[in-house]
Design a protein around this ligand. Structure first.
Ligand code: SAM
Length: 277
């Protein structure tokens, strides 16, 4: 057992690009842990090289987590077990919550060493309201599932944060414009790295910008909350219903659009039946 640290689980945030963002406290834990659970040992080995040390790493990722978790939890009784992800804050679109849950259930100490997180960093760059935000992680890649998720959150009065990849960026922005309305948004890319940028505009402008030139690198999309919208017109309702009817039966389509546009569900159901006919 390491003599200066209490045994237990330590959740350690690591840089999302710039190694200078590794905190002294995070370095101390990584250098003194009995074992560091890592997503990819090649990635975390780079961090240890930066620290001038060889880490005591063990893999902990989606494919082996269930098998190795009990052993890691048992070690926490007498050893310092650290958890890192490839970059940023563990558990945020990364493995770890079950390890924390089981560590707590077993009565072990759980300590967090906060630090970089791409979603939070993007919020600080976007210039959009930060008083309420909803972190959505990655949208589904399939069109229908993506449309459903977007429809579920269309009425949420909060800034929305999504993780995305370059090849899917333009389509995701177009789907967001379709499902949420053409809100203001920001695309934050390669945060803390050499080619960091944050491009702002409406969702449709941003979708057009990236349509023919998918950007490289890592990306966060930030979308403004809904405005104080003018009441939806009949044409708005018809077009929303027509889109929803491609995915849902009339009753569900009417319910979804009623919620999103603040309209009467029964009237929309009648209209949905007429459109269907
Ligand atoms: N746990 C990490 C965190 O705290 O942000 C996120 C892990 S998730 C698997 C990886 C995604 O985070 C990337 O696909 C990208 O959407 C976003 N991301 C990570 N680093 C980034 C960066 N430097 N700039 C922009 N987005 C980043």
């Amino acid at each position: 057992m390491n003599s200066t640290l209490t045994p237990g689980l330590y959740i350690v945030a690591t840089p999302i690009g710039n190694l200078g963002d590794l905190s002294p406290r995070a370095s101390h834990i990584l250098l003194n842990a009995d074992v560091v659970a890592v997503e990819d040992s090649r990635v975390t080995a780079g961090l240890f090289r930066h620290l001038g040390a060889k880490g005591r790493m063990t893999p902990y990722h989606d494919h082996n987590a269930d098998a190795v978790r009990p052993g890691l939890v048992a070690r926490m009784a007498s050893e310092v077990v650290a958890l890192v992800s490839d970059a940023g804050t563990p558990l945020i679109s990364d493995p770890g919550f079950k390890l924390v849950r089981d560590a707590r259930a077993a009565g072990h100490a759980v300590t967090t060493i906060p630090g970089p997180c791409a979603g939070i960093a993007a919020l600080t760059l976007a210039g959009l309201p930060t008083d309420r935000f909803l972190f959505m992680g990655f949208l589904p890649s399939k069109q229908q599932a993506r449309g459903q998720v977007i429809a579920e959150i269309a009425a949420v009065r909060a800034t929305l944060v999504f993780y995305e990849s370059g090849p899917r960026l333009s389509a995701a922005l177009a789907a967001l414009a379709e499902g949420l309305g053409d809100r203001e948004a920001a695309v934050a890319r390669e945060i803390t790295k050499k080619f960091e940028e944050c491009v702002t505009g409406s969702l449709s402008e941003l979708s057009a910008r990236y349509a023919d030139a998918p950007p490289r690198g890592e990306i966060v999309i930030v979308v403004a909350p809904p405005g104080e919208a003018a009441p939806a017109s009949e044409a708005d309702a018809d077009s929303a219903l027509a889109e929803a009817l491609t995915r849902l039966p009339p009753a569900k389509a009417a319910g979804e659009v009623a919620k999103r546009l603040g309209l009467d569900r029964r009237e929309l159901y009648a209209r949905a039946m007429a459109l269907k006919a």
